[in-house]
Design a protein around this ligand. Structure first.
Ligand SMILES: Cc1cc2nc3c(=O)[nH]c(=O)nc-3n(C[C@H](O)[C@H](O)[C@H](O)COP(=O)(O)O)c2cc1C
Length: 209
């Protein structure tokens, strides 16, 4: 590297270090049970199907990709009392429907504790379409879908189970994808806690090592 480049890089890092100090040096401790209020997470609507063939859908924001090679894995945490878990336990299949901010007003309906085998998809006036590889339907109004079959699960406590699904199909609407998901277009419905959602996102690119 030339001398001028070394000086420029040093200067750049110095400016960045100054800019990183955006906040004052005053901070607060959270109640430990509230740590997740610091994390913004995408909401997926998980659709499943009962042994009688009735669909079910519910929002889940405690979710994450888990691996891509050699296995394509996606997981989420579910209360064991949820109909979602009841259905997955019985047939091992689910679809993670990827949703944008237009689904926001539907959260309240989807999360209602309907009797088993009342379809939230129907209650919300949404459209079921057939999945390619699993029995649970896709929700047409979503911008993308992960069709999954459960390969494992871990009981994290008496009340919570972590479901591990192998993604066997990932599909996205053309307009919603531009090398990566087009966040400006789909406006992913991110969740923090309670009624606090985050919807406006902007793609930014940073050099990687
Ligand atoms: C935005 C949002 C995110 C949620 N995330 C989760 C979650 O990650 N895990 C969970 O067990 N419940 C979560 N819930 C609650 C369930 O969606 C809700 O209890 C639902 O009624 C369960 O439906 P089911 O019994 O049909 O499966 C969330 C609710 C909302 C609105």
């Amino acid at each position: 590297m030339k001398n001028e480049e070394v000086v420029t890089n040093t200067l750049k890092i110095f400016i960045l270090a100054v800019e990183l100090n955006t906040f004052s040096d005053v901070w607060m401790k959270l109640d430990l049970k509230e740590f997740y209020k610091l994390l913004v997470r995408p909401t997926v609507v998980v659709s499943t199907i009962s042994p009688n063939g009735i669909s079910n859908a519910a929002p889940f924001s405690w979710n994450s990709p888990m691996d891509t090679e050699p296995k394509t894995l996606f997981g989420f945490a579910s209360d064991v009392k949820h109909d979602t878990w009841r259905n997955i336990k019985s047939n091992g299949e689910f679809v993670a429907n990827l949703v944008g901010e237009k689904f926001g007003p539907l959260m309240e309906i989807m999360e209602r504790d309907f009797p088993y085998e009342i379809s939230e998809i129907e209650e919300c006036g949404l459209t079921e379409i057939e999945s390619n590889h699993v029995k649970p339907p896709r929700i047409k109004e979503a911008y993308g879908w992960l069709e999954c079959e459960m390969i494992d699960h871990v009981h994290l406590s008496d009340s919570v189970v972590w479901v591990i699904g192998r993604v066997i199909e990932a599909e996205v609407k053309d307009e919603a994808f531009d090398e990566v998901v087009n966040v400006e277009k789909v406006k992913p419905l991110n969740h923090i806690w309670g009624t606090a959602f985050v919807t406006d996102m902007r793609l930014n690119r940073f050099k990687r090592a």
